[in-house]
Design a protein around this ligand. Structure first.
Ligand code: HEC
Length: 147
């Protein structure tokens, strides 16, 4: 296989497994899962940069920040009562704790804003601090609201 064919196969495999994980999801549930998948991809790219495995790319940092701001704003609107069943990993208690869930979503948006500020200033130290705060927001929400 040449390089392009290998890449195409890799993309097929990745998108295939994603489609499989989200199989049976529709409406707000699917939108929520898609938002999270995109956020996960953006976070992986940032982690590579934070560890010095890939070069810092401020445009990628800015875009990841934007994805987080958008996701934080959307999440509280993507948790209707009928959206907590297979294949979702979200817990139904979100409904009765919507205020706290919304607060954690705002925390994600704020962390995204901090990433965007670091990118605008091209400030590596600020990026590393912002990235740490950013990953804390994932854990804070997942530990309570994700299976
Ligand atoms: C305010 C809550 C909240 C925050 C903050 C949050 N998540 Fe999530 N995340 C969830 C919930 C709820 C699910 C389960 C969604 C479902 O299956 O319906 C989830 C699922 C995921 C998934 C699995 C998606 C899939 O394919 O099904 C990934 C990846 C993920 N989150 C990454 C992240 C990352 C990375 C961050 C931080 C940068 C983050 N999340 C921050 C609530 C949150």
């Amino acid at each position: 296989m040449n390089k392009a064919a290998i890449l195409a196969t890799a993309i097929l495999i990745t998108s295939g497994s994603l489609a499989l994980a989200h199989k049976g999801a529709s409406g707000a549930m699917k939108e929520r899962m898609d938002l999270m998948s995109a956020l996960g991809d953006a976070t992986k790219a940032l982690a590579m940069m934070a560890r010095g495995r890939t070069a810092l790319d401020w445009q990628v940092v800015d875009q990841a920040g934007q994805t987080a701001v958008h996701t934080g704003a959307m999440l509280p609107h993507k948790v209707p009562a009928d959206s907590f069943k297979a294949p979702s990993e979200a817990k139904a208690i979100i409904t009765s704790e919507l205020e706290n869930f919304t607060l954690l979503s705002s925390g994600l948006a704020d962390a995204g804003q901090a990433l965007q500020t670091a990118a605008a200033n091209q400030d590596e130290g600020a990026f590393l601090v912002a990235f740490q705060g950013f990953t804390q927001t994932c854990k804070a929400c997942h530990s309570r609201y994700r299976e």
